[in-house]
Design a protein around this ligand. Structure first.
Ligand code: FAD
Ligand code: SF4
Length: 457
């Protein structure tokens, strides 16, 4: 009872040179055994850790009895994207951390069971719920990331007519352009987007709001607008040499690899520089994804340079572990000071300095400071900068009365209401870079608030 079922994974030596999914999922027998570990608590603490309020013990009880159809139906009431959440949500800091069993040994593998059920449903054929009578109200959703997809799905299930406007040529937000194939296969994202479309949601691609129409113009055609535009504007180090050839923002690097499939160039027409010695700057999931993509593109050596220690790294523990297993090197307490070129505009080295930790900063983490005299060079023909992102200012700049914070995030109340009537917002556009499930939670809350607003209108 104390031990979790082990999920099969691709061997690190094999997987580091392919883009196939690393984790292979549970068998039905494993899923049933794992679900039987749940104590069916009267006051289930796990649910408090789930931002979209999935009824965890109920679905686990169905799995334990082998009732897979009932189990997935139960999840889908609250979560339109279970195959995605089951793969990329940081359950270890949410529902699984809150599970009582985590205090005695290991929590129930809630995320892996969610993934198992979603995969089961995809193979079996996805059912759509019966929709209510149309309300006659129209809602525009800007952005098709997890926040936009969740808001759209919930609003459609309430009977409203929903249109998503997406800037890119594919729907899914970071799920489609950022998170790599080996963690989240794109077929799965496409399948979950298809489910949202089956609920009646209209998805318009290549449609940049702020260019093809403003939010004010949308409000003349729609009764309400939800902004789920994310935080896709990359931050840079602001050091010498950052504009040399071979230096990428993680956004550009990952978009080329994932969305444009540059690892299949020239079959797909977007090239990428495949470095021999790649340095990735940053310590979050984005840095781990960039490093592991660079390795799979054929790099001989990939080094993650991070200015704090391992304990402070914001990436999921599992992702750091996977990166290490695959042979990614880590230079912790190290910070770049300049990027050096070969005189013909191509990067050859990155100069770094050692750091040490001082007193905690505003976020409660220890502030890193440079140690004078420790400057050193690291060879690199590709450098990827993965030190964070902020919201794109296009929508706020083109919308009258929509207020933003000094960090560029849209100011919104707990229910997503912004400073402009009829306009709601959620996800990374409001919080800055966060998680898939927090974006989904925000989409869900905003859908409820929009529904109430439309009923009062
Ligand atoms: P996004 O997913 O960013 O979607 C916003 C969408 O809006 C985009 O498709 C964009 O093209 C569109 N858009 C923007 N402006 C406009 C406009 N003007 N008009 C029309 N469309 C517009 N979180 C986790 O929980 N687990 C992970 O393992 C994880 N790994 C990550 C790895 C990477 C590489 C990255 C970048 C992020 C990762 N995250 C992870 C964070 C997570 O993906 C985000 O928090 C989440 O996607 C935010 O969802 P969102 O819907 O708010 O925005
Ligand atoms: Fe089951 Fe853990 Fe939730 Fe209790 S807290 S109901 S054991 S998953």
């Amino acid at each position: 009872m104390l031990e979790r079922q082990k999920m099969l994974q691709q061997d690190p030596e094999v997987r580091k040179s392919n883009f196939n999914e690393v984790a292979l999922g549970f068998t039905k027998e494993q899923a049933v055994e794992e679900a039987k570990r749940c104590l069916q608590c009267k006051k289930p603490s796990c649910m408090k850790g789930c931002p979209v309020e999935v009824k965890i013990p109920t679905f686990l009880n169905h799995v334990a009895k082998g009732e897979l159809d009932e189990a997935i139906k139960e999840i889908k009431v609250d979560n339109a994207l279970p195959a995605i959440c089951g793969r990329v949500c940081p359950q270890e800091t949410q529902c699984e951390q809150a599970c009582v069993l985590s205090k005695k040994g290991a929590s129930v593998s809630i995320g892996r069971l969610e993934r198992f059920l979603a995969d089961y449903e995809r193979k079996r054929g996805v059912e759509t719920p019966t929709l209510p009578e149309p309300t006659g109200k129209k809602v525009a959703v800007v952005g098709s990331g997890p926040a936009g997809l969740t808001a759209a799905a919930d609003l459609a299930k309430m009977g409203h007519s929903v249109t998503i406007f997406e800037a890119l040529h594919a729907a899914g937000g970071v799920l489609i352009y950022g998170i790599p194939e080996f963690r989240l296969p794109k077929d799965i994202v496409h399948a979950e987007v298809e489910y949202v479309k089956k609920l009646g949601v209209n998805v318009l691609l290549d449609s940049v709001i702020g260019k093809i129409a403003t939010v004010d113009e949308l409000l003349s055609e729609f009764d309400a607008v939800f902004l789920g535009t994310g935080a896709g504007l990359p931050a840079f180090l602001d050091i010498d040499g950052e504009n040399l050839n071979g230096v990428y923002s993680a956004n550009e690097f990952l978009t080329r690899v994932n969305l444009m499939k540059s690892y299949k160039f020239p079959e797909y027409d977007t090239p990428i520089k495949k470095g021999k010695r790649v340095v990735v700057v940053g310590g979050g999931n984005v840095a781990m994804d960039s490093a592991r993509c660079a390795l799979r593109l054929g790099a001989e050596e990939v080094t993650v340079v991070y200015r704090r220690g391992e304990e402070e790294m914001p990436a999921r523990a599992e992702e750091i572990e996977h990166a290490k297993e695959e042979g990614i090197k880590f230079r912790l307490l190290t910070n770049p000071v300049r990027i050096v070129g070969d005189g013909k505009n191509w990067v050859t080295h990155i100069e770094c300095i050692n750091m040490h930790l001082c007193e905690p900063d505003d976020s409660g983490r220890c502030k890193p400071a440079p140690t004078p005299g420790t400057e050193h060079m690291i060879e690199a023909d590709v450098v990827v900068i993965a030190i964070g992102t902020s919201p794109n200012p296009l929508v706020p700049r083109t919308t009258k009365g929509l207020e933003v914070s000094k960090h560029g995030t849209v100011i919104a109340k707990e229910d997503g209401a912004t400073t402009k009537e009829g306009v709601y917002a959620g996800g990374d556009a409001v919080t800055g870079s966060a998680t898939v499930i927090s974006a989904m939670g925000a989409g869900k809350k905003a859908a409820r608030a929009i529904d109430a607003y439309l009923k009062g209108k």
